[in-house]
Write a protein that binds this ligand. Structure first.
Ligand code: DX5
Ligand code: ZN
Length: 230
């Protein structure tokens, strides 16, 4: 689903989604506002439950709180066990995207449809040690494919270069099967790793520490957006 790209009127547009995981938690809304003012296209919210990953992050009510302060689309990335038990709670607060770790779903078809029927764009995220073949039957159902460049759980980790192959393959499958999901990369994205990443044909860069760890959020976002996609 390339509505965001269409909005930008360019197939080559690269979208940037700052991850709040790396923001100062005392100033979360301010961090989202500075991303919006700095030209970000989306805001990435990592949900961690201390079970699927060994870290706990935000609560569901962060979404309505942010919606009062910014207009950017919000993506909820659920790194939680048994997300099907909580999906209705996430649907209720209406983020623009709900992205499930593909290995946490019991019934992909049902859960993805439930999200779509609620008017929310469904996505799947895939870990570095999983192959796209695991989810080929669901790719036509999603709007967003999140390829993790690190093992999920923490920000600031080193990008796993082996995941570049998966990005290339995700673009090929999209063309071969005439599908329309956005391809995003999450984890280890910085100005050193991004030039290679964008060459694979991905649409969205999710970046936490490279944006919120920098002194100038606006500059960091525009540096990413100036990278040329091929
Ligand atoms: C990883 C999270 C990422 C994280 C990325 O578990 O899903 O969204 O915020 O952080 P950086 O960009 O610092 O690698
Ligand atoms: Zn994430």
């Amino acid at each position: 689903m390339s509505f965001l790209l269409k909005e930008q009127n360019s197939k080559k547009a690269l979208l940037v989604s700052p991850s709040l995981l790396a923001a100062d938690y005392g100033y979360l809304a301010d961090a989202a506002i500075s991303a919006e003012k700095g030209g970000a296209d989306l805001i990435h919210i990592d949900y961690m439950d201390g079970h699927y990953v060994p870290n706990i992050s935000f609560g569901i009510d962060l979404i309505p709180a942010l919606k009062k302060r910014i207009k950017l689309p919000l993506e909820a990335h659920l790194m939680i066990s048994n997300p099907e038990e909580r999906v209705e709670d996430f649907i209720r607060v209406k983020p623009d995207f709900i992205i499930f770790q593909e290995d946490t779903l019991l019934n992909h078809n049902k859960t993805i449809s439930m999200v779509r029927e609620a008017g929310i764009r469904p996505g799947l995220a895939i870990n570095p040690d999983r192959e796209l073949s695991e989810i080929e039957d669901y790719l036509h159902l999603i709007d967003y494919l999140l390829i993790l460049g690190v093992h999920p759980g923490f920000g600031g980790q080193k990008f796993i270069r082996d995941t570049l192959k998966k990005m290339v393959r995700a673009s090929e499958i999209k063309q071969e099967r005439n599908l329309d999901y956005l391809i995003a990369v999450d984890g280890g994205v910085n100005l050193k790793t991004a030039p290679e990443i964008v060459k694979t044909g991905v649409d969205i860069l999710v970046a936490g520490s490279a944006i919120y760890g920098s002194k100038d959020v606006k500059r960091a976002i525009s540096d990413f957006k100036s990278l040329i996609r091929t």
